[in-house]
Design a protein around this ligand. Structure first.
Ligand code: BG6
Ligand code: MG
Length: 237
């Protein structure tokens, strides 16, 4: 049966903070490394690392501690690798119970409606986390974090997902919890859904407090209203 509703051509999801809450594990792993190096690192500092690459995160911790020039590039990479070893210990404890509320229902409804879904995460651990969550099959495409040249807020990873799903960027809806991610979605010309986005230089098109507020029909309505508004704006030009 053909639906009369305007449906998105694709849905694109960030992983950390959208599909599962790994920020706490990133924090504990960075904290362990920081303690070993005699650095200060608080949960508030951790907010700045959301959506930031592994090495970029370490640079922020060094900057907070006035230690940006302390290590060579190779030393920084080795220390970031050490943090990743700690982080992987937590990743191995993840189960499908750790999928955030509302996510499975949304993915199932998207599948039923024939909307392809992708993961746009800059985490090199994304494939393993998806495996632990037993959710990999819900996605038609998972972007390769190692192949991303420009991190968020650059739109590269979102555009890569749209292309892989044969969808036009302006007809995609993308989900993010980090400010850099929202900026990337806007730069990609997609509709953005923010999940508890704390810092808002650019507000998401649709702001939700948490994933429990994800509702397939509400998202389709939001998308359809946005497309209508765009069409009106275009015809008024
Ligand atoms: C992002 C997280 O999704 O992935 C960041 O929000 C993290 O906190 C980044 O630094 C890179 O992750 P990983 O797993 O490759 O170290
Ligand atoms: Mg995130």
């Amino acid at each position: 049966m053909q639906s009369s509703k305007t449906m998105p051509e694709a849905m694109i999801f960030d992983l950390d903070g959208v599909i599962t809450d790994t920020a706490k594990y990133h924090f504990l792993a960075w904290k362990r490394l920081s303690d070993e190096l005699g650095f200060s690192f608080t949960e508030q500092d951790n907010e700045r690392l959301k959506g930031v690459s592994r090495i970029g995160s370490f640079e922020i911790i060094l900057e907070i501690n006035g230690a940006s020039d302390r290590y060579s590039k190779a030393e920084k990479e080795a220390l970031a690798d050490r943090k990743n070893t700690y982080y992987r210990e937590f990743v191995e404890t993840i189960t499908k119970q750790d999928i955030l509320p509302g996510v499975m229902a949304l993915l199932n409804k998207a599948k039923k409606a024939g909307i392809p879904c992708a993961v746009a995460s800059i985490s090199k651990n994304a494939p393993r986390i998806l495996e632990r969550l037993e959710i990999g099959d819900c996605f038609d495409y998972i972007a390769d974090a190692a192949a991303v040249k420009k991190p968020k807020p650059d739109p590269e990873i979102f555009l890569n997902c749209a292309q892989a799903l044969h969808a036009l960027p302006q007809n995609c809806v993308a989900f993010e919890d980090a400010q850099a991610g929202i900026e990337a979605i806007h730069a990609a010309n997609m509709a953005s859904v923010g999940i508890g986005v704390a810092v808002t230089t650019i507000p998401p098109d649709l702001a939700l407090r948490n994933t429990a507020e994800l509702d397939f029909d509400a998202i389709v309505d939001f998308y359809a209203a946005r497309q209508n508004k765009r069409r009106e704006e275009d015809s008024g030009r």
